[in-house]
Write a protein that binds this ligand. Structure first.
Ligand code: ADQ
Length: 475
């Protein structure tokens, strides 16, 4: 039996009442819980000396293997290259990219360290699945250490078009590093198309085969689209159960009968929160009859607080919420309730179920699990309506949401109005169709398809000798 080894920047060892606020952790944890195996990554701690061997913690079928990172490398690796260069570049915030050679060198060293500490833990029958932009060079580092097992990579965030990517110094090495993997997965067809543009830019159009495989350096890398989903049954159950929990009851009773519009996002400039607040202000201006009848609840736990752009967006949002509330609030009503804290997943699903409208308006997002969770959490007999950005990966599948350009406050305000006034039969019909999409492509389908295709990549590549292989891209 093959063993699944997942690798991500941060490993979250589950603890009671601790919920990771982040889509990657939610997705990887679901895959590990259902398949068992080893999950390797950073412990969350830094050390002054040379980081030691991985610390192992076993929980049921999953072993969590964590390493500390060198103090001197952590900041330039994580806050620097990962979140100061790659994150903004991959989300098309080209003007915010802070590139620095020293940070890129720290990124390379951390990836080398990951490989050195992971390699002794690997067995001959392992399938290794590496997650996200922090670890692009890890596959190549493992190959250098002699690892021959199938290596897969999944990118949780968008992949930018070559025209954008080529503004990043050293972008060609990132593209070549991805070709050390046997299987590279993306969230959407658009991301895959952008990666093809990058391959054409770096290696020439001839490197891409018609079946979406890249032949390079003696290796064949297959490309595919694997849109991440949610655990529909578990979200439904959590949402129903938590309606009777204290937190959800307190939230609902605090609304005093008002209808709730909800947003749930990590505090990140890619999530479109400033534009969303302005759109909500526009909505209240255009619909004075809504004042004191609707509450907008925005939950936004802080993330990457040490990175400058994140501190800036936090200040801007606090000012916007303060200004809008100061302008519209009444003695017994606050139009925007803005909370920077984490909740348990179950509580959050209860909040989503209690809301009439979910506003998910990132200005760029790989997928966006909250959009899917909002739909899955609804009461099918009286469902709320999802307002969704066309620039979220989720929009590719969720065409029954009200799709909007997140940068257009009038369009978002109009969609919120349409959602709040939509007749019940239309809400039910849209919700039913969206649920079919979610059920067809849930979290189990996501990891099941990826692992199956990674496994298949361990088989010899017959295509090069003229035999047919099954088509690997998407649902
Ligand atoms: P994220 O950018 O973190 O994920 P998202 O996909 O929306 O974004 O996932 C967030 C997850 O964290 C959701 O499951 C949500 O319920 C949870 N969460 C959010 N706020 C919370 C809070 N206050 N308390 C507790 N939990 C909270 C990245 C990419 C996305 C991609 C995912 C998965 O940026 O585009 O969808 O990975 O691939």
């Amino acid at each position: 039996m093959t063993r699944l080894v997942a690798v991500s920047n941060r490993v979250t060892v589950p603890r009671p009442r601790a919920t990771p606020a982040g889509g990657l952790a939610v997705g990887v944890l679901a895959a590990m819980k259902s398949r068992g195996g080893l999950w390797f990554g950073w412990s969350g701690e830094v050390t002054d000396g040379e980081p030691g061997e991985a610390a192992l913690t076993a929980r049921q079928d999953v072993t969590f293997a964590t390493i500390d990172l060198p103090r001197d490398d952590f900041e330039p690796y994580y806050g620097g290259y990962c979140n100061g260069a790659l994150w903004p570049m991959f989300h098309y915030f080209v003007g915010d990219v802070q590139y620095c050679d020293l940070q890129r060198a720290a990124y390379a060293r951390v990836n080398r360290l990951f490989a050195a500490r992971l390699q002794p833990l690997l067995r001959d029958d392992d399938l290794v699945w590496v997650h996200d932009y922090h670890l692009i060079p890890l596959g190549d580092e493992l190959r250098r250490l002699g690892v021959r097992r199938p290596l897969g990579f999944f990118l949780h965030i968008p992949f930018p078009h070559a025209e954008v990517l080529r503004a990043l110094p050293g972008y060609d090495s990132l593209v070549r590093d991805l070709l050390a993997y046997d299987l590279v997965g993306f969230q959407t067809r658009r991301d895959l198309a952008c990666f093809r543009s990058a391959i054409a830019e770096v290696l020439g159009a001839g490197a891409l085969r018609a079946d979406d495989a890249v032949q390079h350096g003696g290796r064949c890398t297959r490309l595919g689209v694997f849109p991440i989903g949610v655990d529909v049954d578990s979200v439904q159950q959590e949402a129903r159960q938590s309606l009777s929990s204290d937190s959800v009851k307190r939230m609902s009773s605090g609304l005093l009968g008002r209808r709730c519009v909800i947003g749930v996002d990590r505090l990140d400039y890619s999530k479109g929160l400033v534009d969303r607040f302005l759109a909500y202000e526009r909505y209240m201006e255009a619909h004075p009859d809504s004042l004191n009848r609707i509450t907008f609840l925005q939950i936004a736990p802080l993330s990457r607080a040490d990175v400058r752009t994140y501190a800036e967006i936090r200040r801007t949002l606090e000012q916007a919420a303060g200004r809008i509330n100061g302008r519209f609030a009444d003695t017994d009503w606050t139009p925007i309730r803005y909370l920077n804290r984490n909740f348990s997943h179950e509580t959050l699903m209860g909040f989503l179920r209690s809301a009439c409208v979910g506003v998910v308006t990132p200005v760029r997002d790989g997928m966006n699990l909250v959009a899917k969770e909002f739909v899955a959490a609804q009461d099918p007999a009286d469902p709320g309506v999802l307002v969704l950005s066309t620039l979220a990966g989720a929009a590719e599948e969720m065409s029954d949401a009200l799709l909007v350009n997140p940068r257009d406050p009038r369009a978002v305000a109009d969609a919120v109005h349409e959602a709040l006034t939509m007749p019940l039969d239309e809400r039910r019909a849209r919700h039913g169709r969206l649920m079919q999409v979610l059920a067809r492509n849930d979290i189990h389908a996501w990891h099941g398809r990826f692992v199956q295709q990674l496994q298949a990549s361990a088989e010899p590549d017959l295509t090069a000798r003229g035999a047919r292989r099954p088509q690997l891209s998407v649902a």
